[in-house]
Design a protein around this ligand. Structure first.
Ligand SMILES: *Cc1c(COP(=O)(O)O)cnc(C)c1O
Length: 361
C-alpha cells in the first residue's frame, strides 16, 4: 500500500459534501438543501423514461444526435458544437482534464462552486481563489489574478451559493481579458431561471475561448438521471470529444432529457413559479430582519447576524424536519442557502424561521 501514491493534487481534495436528505426521527421532511425542482420532471420525460426501459439491453447512442437536435431547436444552438455529459459535472471535469495540468492555474472566485477546486486538483493544476465584491463575481479581480499559467477560469452565472449574477458587459470583458490560450467556462446550471438570459450563447458564437455548460439537474428536474451539456467553439468541442467516453450517457437519460427539453411549457411554468415564490420568500424573510442578495436562481442566500445565529436557525429548522444548507464551506459562515420550494414549502420554511426569530429575541 505504501508504494501506491495518487497523482499530485489528488490527496489535496476535500470530499464534496452533498446536501443532507433525512433527519433522524422526523417524518414529512422538507428538503431545501440541493436546489432541486419541487415540481419534478415533465410528465413527458417520465413517459419517455418508461418507454426506454423496454430497450435496456441496447447500448445507448454515442453521438447523442436526437438530444442535440432537441437542444438546438429549443435554444438555437449549433448542434455540431454541443457536447453532452453525465451531468454538466462531467463536462466541467473534462475541461480541466483537457486544458489544465501540472504547472497550470485554474481560476475561480471565493464563493464559487465547491467542485471547481476539485477539477483543478484532480488534474494536477493549481487552484487559484479570487476575491468577490460583496458576494458578486469581480471581473477586475479575476483579470488581475491572471498569469501566463492561467488555463481555465470557471464562473457560474447565476452563481451558487450566492444567487447573484454579472451582466453581459462584464462577461465580455472577462472573455476578452483572459490571457491567450485560457478558456472561460460559464457554468449555466441556473441560467434557465433567468428570463431572457442566453447563458453565454452569444459569447460562445462570437469567440473561440468560451464554453458554456448547462444541466438537466435543476430546472428540468432530472438530477437523479445525471445529464448535462456544453456548447463551445468547434476547436474546443473537437478537443473535448476526444476524451469523452463513447457511452457516457445512459439511453433512459438521453430519452428523458430530450422529452424534458421539448416540454417548453413545463420549463416555463417552473421558471415563473420559482420567481414568484423566491421573491415572496426573500421579502418575507427581509421583513423579519433577514436580508439576502437579489437572487436570479432557484435558491436564496439568507444572511444572519453571526455564524452562531445561522447555526442555531439551522438547528431549529432540523427539529421541524426542514433541511437547508449551511455554507460555511463556501466562506459564508453566517448564511443559510435555502432552495425555493413550492408555495406550501416556502410558507413552511418562512414560518419556522419566524418561530426561531421570535424565540431568539
Ligand atoms: C447543481 C450545479 C451544477 C449541476 O451539476 P450536474 O452535474 O449537472 O448535476 C453545476 N454547477 C453548479 C454551480 C451547480 O450548482
Amino acid at each position: 500500500m505504501t508504494k501506491i501514491k495518487a497523482q499530485p493534487g489528488i490527496m489535496d481534495i476535500a470530499l464534496y459534501q452533498g446536501g443532507k436528505s433525512h433527519v433522524d426521527g422526523v417524518e414529512n421532511v422538507l428538503k431545501l438543501s440541493s436546489n432541486e425542482n419541487p415540481f419534478g420532471p415533465s410528465e413527458a420525460a417520465k413517459e419517455a423514461l418508461v418507454r426506454a426501459s423496454h430497450t435496456l439491453h441496447r447500448y445507448p447512442s454515442t453521438d447523442h444526435g436526437t438530444l442535440r437536435a432537441a437542444i438546438s431547436d429549443v435554444w438555437g444552438l449549433d448542434p455540431d458544437r454541443i457536447i453532452c455529459g453525465n451531468g454538466s459535472g462531467e463536462i466541467l471535469m473534462m475541461i480541466a482534464q483537457a486544458f489544465a495540468g501540472k504547472g497550470d492555474e485554474v481560476l475561480f472566485t471565493e464563493h464559487g462552486f465547491a467542485m471547481y477546486p476539485i477539477y483543478a486538483n484532480a488534474n494536477g493544476a493549481k487552484p487559484v481563489v479570487v476575491a468577490e465584491r460583496d458576494r458578486v463575481v469581480d471581473v477586475d479581480a479575476l483579470l488581475a489574478a491572471c498569469t501566463k499559467k492561467t488555463k481555465v477560469c470557471y464562473i457560474a452565472n447565476p452563481a451558487n451559493p450566492t444567487g447573484t449574477m454579472i451582466g453581459q458587459g462584464d462577461l465580455e470583458r472577462l472573455a476578452d481579458g483572459l490571457p491567450a490560450g485560457a478558456v472561460l467556462v460559464l457554468d449555466g446550471a441556473y441560467s434557465e431561471y433567468v428570463e431572457g438570459y442566453d447563458a453565454g450563447k452569444s459569447l460562445v458564437d462570437s469567440r473561440d475561448n468560451v464554453i458554456m455548460t448547462r444541466t438537466f439537474s435543476k430546472i428540468y428536474g432530472l438530477g437523479g438521471l445525471r445529464i448535462g451539456y456544453g456548447y463551445a467553439s468547434q476547436q474546443i468541442i473537437d478537443v473535448l470529444m476526444r476524451i469523452r467516453g463513447p457511452f457516457n450517457i445512459s439511453a433512459p437519460a438521453l430519452a428523458a432529457a430530450e422529452a424534458a427539453m421539448r416540454d417548453v411549457a413545463h420549463t416555463e411554468k417552473c421558471r415563473t413559479d420559482n420567481a414568484k415564490q423566491r421573491d415572496w420568500m426573500a421579502g418575507a424573510l427581509a421583513e423579519i430582519g433577514l436580508p439576502s442578495d437579489i437572487s436570479t436562481a432557484n435558491f436564496i442566500l439568507v444572511r444572519f447576524a453571526s455564524e452562531a445565529d445561522a447555526k442555531a436557525c439551522n438547528d431549529h429548522l432540523m427539529t421541524q424536519g426542514i433541511i437547508v444548507r449551511l455554507v460555511g464551506g463556501y466562506g459564508l459562515p453566517n448564511c443559510l442557502r435555502i432552495t425555493v420550494g413550492d408555495e406550501a414549502s416556502c410558507r413552511r420554511v418562512v414560518h419556522a424561521i419566524g418561530q426561531f426569530k421570535g424565540a431568539s429575541k
